[in-house]
Ligand binder design. Structure first.
Ligand SMILES: [Zn+2]
Length: 336
């Protein structure tokens, strides 16, 4: 391998040295970068193609950590509805060429990224935006129809459509300290529940704690939760706010809920997996945390799991019906 060396002022052989690139825009990325060194004078060379590769890896890691949408995710979104970069830009009312720039690798702002992620996950939110764009003449009838056809086709097959809208309407809040700075992704949550239920006998009351521990540990490790749910303090431990575990457990495309009457007349709800969970939207780190919590709780009774949650500061330092802040994730007994 040869390249021009400005120090030797001639073509020289160079070798590649590995170096750790620690921080990018204040985020600890710790990405290995390739550094070309002139074999003769030992000076560091600047070679564009290598530099580009390094930068790409740093970008990707940064985007992964900051949870920023990637160019291919944006392309997938457009392809799903068969719309062009210009059409998507108009729908979202972004500045001219914005989508084009993002797809070519410029880093989206956090707010643009969060919004793009939301509409990529949630066709109903997207369709709302498309309707608004059509009503205000930002897009043509043709563009509107293209998207509408795709949305219709998908929602016809979804029996849970109304229930999902209802749950999302209530639980989807912008990132804050009570949802672990994550926006709820209902489909991801359903996949998670289906996965947990496939690994253990899952009672509805314990489901709340499984999710809470997963989110708290995730927040402790990554300062972002997995599900985006908000939890409140209840007598037997943290539960999803507004008792929404009731509705969530009734969605039946990924799991089934069965209510059994016990001898004392009380009802016990058990969730069984349909086995069709999809973990592809979970990162390796998230899966590691999820498996850890399953490993920890799966051989424990409902009562024991409840007791474990009672040891946590998030439960001890809050009152009944109070929202539990993710600040309490800093000190978790369960991972001590
Ligand atoms: Zn040299």
């Amino acid at each position: 391998m040869k390249h021009y060396c400005p120090y030797c002022n001639s073509e020289q052989e160079y070798s590649i040295v590995k170096r750790i690139f620690k921080e990018y825009k204040g985020v600890k990325v710790n990405v290995e970068e390739n550094v070309p060194i002139c074999k003769k004078c030992k000076n560091e060379l600047i070679i564009n193609s290598i530099e580009d590769e390094n930068l790409k890896r740093i970008y990707n890691k940064y985007m992964e950590i900051k949870n920023i949408i990637t160019p291919s995710e944006i392309k997938n979104l457009r392809n799903r509805y068969g719309i062009s970069q210009r059409e998507l830009t108009a729908i979202l009312d972004f500045g001219k060429m914005t989508i084009n720039r993002y797809e070519n690798g410029s880093l989206p702002s956090k707010s643009h990224s969060d919004y793009l992620k939301l509409i990529a996950k949630d066709e109903y939110v997207f369709f709302d935006k498309v309707t608004e764009a059509y009503d205000t003449n930002r897009i043509s009838q043709k563009t509107f129809s293209k998207v509408k056809n795709v949305v219709n086709k998908q929602s016809i097959h979804d029996n849970n459509y109304e229930l999902k809208l209802y749950i999302e309407n209530d639980l989807k809040t912008s990132p804050n300290i009570y949802n672990g700075f994550q926006v709820l992704d209902l489909e991801k949550l359903q996949n998670l529940i289906s996965y947990i239920a496939s690994k253990t006998k899952l009672y509805l009351t314990s489901l709340n704690k499984y999710l809470w521990f997963i989110d708290m540990i995730s927040y402790n490790k990554r300062t972002i939760s997995v599900t985006g749910l908000t939890y409140i303090h209840e007598q037997y431990g943290p539960v999803i706010i507004n008792r929404k575990y009731e509705e969530i457990s009734k969605l039946d495309d990924k799991y089934k809920r069965e209510d059994k009457e016990k001898n004392d007349g009380s009802i016990q709800s058990i969730i069984t997996s349909n086995g069709n969970y999809d973990l592809s939207t979970f990162s390796d780190k998230e899966i590691k945390i999820i498996d850890y919590v399953i490993h920890l709780l799966s051989n424990k009774s409902v009562k024991e799991i409840s007791n474990l949650s009672h040891k946590e500061l998030g439960w001890r330092n809050t009152e009944r019906f109070e929202k539990i802040s993710f600040q309490y994730a800093d000190n978790l007994k369960i991972i001590e």
